[in-house]
Design a protein around this ligand. Structure first.
Ligand SMILES: NC(=O)c1ccc[n+]([C@@H]2O[C@H](COP(=O)([O-])OP(=O)(O)OC[C@H]3O[C@@H](n4cnc5c(N)ncnc54)[C@H](O)[C@@H]3O)[C@@H](O)[C@H]2O)c1
Length: 425
């Protein structure tokens, strides 16, 4: 491997949804980049120029590999890097807080290469205090160097929005922070090379908190409309239309829409890091998060109830009914299944004796609780109409389609279909 670990190069630790686009963007800016990941299959496929992330085109990866990006599964290739950016996952732990074990392993991997003058930046989302406790303190212990004096440490929350064609690393303002002012200027300079706008935080904890605030705000506001949609129909109100009207106010309102529940690795999870920290540190409950989580988690059941009611209106019971789910990933136009509410919908339908199949152009095969969910290859083929159809994920290919012929009842949880027959939540 040539160029690996050259002085001045940047090591990006973790090459997933966050790390891979960053590594490529840094390489595009001309700097030497070592992308390190512990997943051997991923490293093999990336090294061969194949990107598993839809937002990262194979051509962009190939261009970066032909330039200054090197991919490796061996931490020894990080030797000589002057900057490390940690982009590893932070799932929920068994106790519903942040599982920081991947960050801990990443810190162990880079520790032998941290010298006077090294910069270490954490991008992974976690509770306020993580950068100091899980990155700076262990590195100080391992190296004998003083963070903020001998080497620099910072936090810069990732704001990547998979599937979003309008906003990327370049044009999404990047919040940056550091333990000391010298750290802040190093982190600011790093991200100024890849982002049009860099926003300096007064402290690391504020930057960590800002990320949690962003996602808690989304979780709570989605829960607000999800709770409303449970009663607006009975009040004779079309909630979507009310949201459209409220959205015309040019200040003080942001539209959120009801749906089948929240998924992905951010909105349902990040607020939990904060809630768990508030509970463990202060013995206090973060009530908004608890309520929002409960409401959003109840949406798959609401979808099943709504479908059962609509089927009942045409004289069909759920037991033995054939139900087709359209779109099963957690969000539009991405293949990511993490925390996808479709899974809970399948459980609810099966519990009531329904047979479930799915169509999703992003998902080749799918099993829930070890039981395969049948895949419909194409919606244009001829097959016996289903009893019920539920649009769960609003992939672009579904927009404006009339799927009235696919089933007796068509429940559109995102209101993107056309046709008289489709009913909303
Ligand atoms: N995906 C998003 O939309 C998004 C947005 C904002 C913030 N985040 C946050 O960014 C972080 C990374 O998320 P992601 O979606 O990129 O995760 P991901 O699962 O897509 O990728 C993480 C990668 O890190 C690798 N990895 C795990 N442990 C490692 C280690 N010790 N050393 C090297 N590599 C290791 C994994 O193999 C994987 O390829 C998380 O904290 C997440 O909450 C994600």
């Amino acid at each position: 491997m040539s160029n690996v670990g050259e002085p001045g190069s940047i090591g990006v630790i973790g090459l997933g949804y966050v790390g891979l686009p960053l590594a490529i963007r840094l390489a595009e800016s001309g700097v030497e980049v070592v992308g390190f990941d512990t997943d051997l299959d991923l490293v093999r496929s990336l090294s061969a120029g194949s990107s598993p992330i839809p937002d990262v085109a194979d051509s962009a990866l190939a261009a970066a590999l032909a330039g200054t990006l090197r991919i490796s599964a061996s931490s020894s290739d990080l030797a000589g890097c002057e900057t490390f950016v940690i982009c590893v996952p932070t799932p929920l732990s068994a106790s519903a807080g942040a599982d920081t074990s991947s960050i801990e392993r990443a810190v162990t991997a880079i520790a032998p290469f941290v010298r006077a003058g090294t910069l270490v930046v954490l991008e992974s989302t976690s509770y306020p205090g993580t950068t100091e406790e899980v990155v700076a303190a262990p590195l100080a212990l391992a190296t004998g160097l003083i963070p903020g004096e001998d080497f620099c440490v910072g936090f810069s929350p990732e704001r990547i929005d998979p599937g979003n064609r309008s906003f990327s690393i370049s044009n999404t303002p990047k919040v940056v922070s550091g333990l000391r002012s010298c750290c802040v200027s190093r982190v600011r300079d790093l991200y100024a090379s890849v982002s049009d706008s860099v926003v300096v935080a007064s402290g690391v904890r504020e930057a960590e908190f800002a990320k949690l605030l962003e996602n808690t705000y989304r979780q709570v506001n989605i829960a607000l409309v999800n709770e409303m949609v449970k009663f607006t129909g009975a009040l004779g109100v079309d909630l979507r239309e009310a949201i459209r009207l409220a959205s015309t106010k040019p200040f003080g309102f942001e539209a959120f829409y009801p749906g089948p529940g929240v998924g992905g690795h951010c909105v349902p999870i990040d607020p939990q890091y904060l809630a768990a920290r508030v509970e463990s540190e202060l013995g206090q409950e973060f009530r908004f998060v608890a309520l929002a989580r409960e409401i959003n988690a109840g949406m798959p059941e609401f979808v099943v109830d709504r479908l059962a009611g609509a089927l009942g209106d045409v004289g069909v019971g759920l037991t033995g009914a054939r139900i087709l789910l359209l779109g099963v990933t957690y969000k539009r136009d991405v293949p990511d299944m993490r925390e996808a509410p479709a899974e809970e919908i399948v459980r609810g339908l099966r519990k009531r004796g329904a047979f479930v199949a799915y169509f999703d152009p992003f998902v080749d095969s799918w099993a829930v609780d070890g039981e395969v969910v049948d895949r419909v290859e194409s919606l244009s083929g001829s097959f016996e109409p289903f009893d019920g159809v539920v649009l769960v994920t609003d992939h672009s290919v579904f927009h404006g389609q009339d799927y009235g012929h696919l089933g007796q009842v068509c429940l559109d949880t995102r209101r993107v279909l056309s046709g008289e027959g489709a009913i909303g939540l």
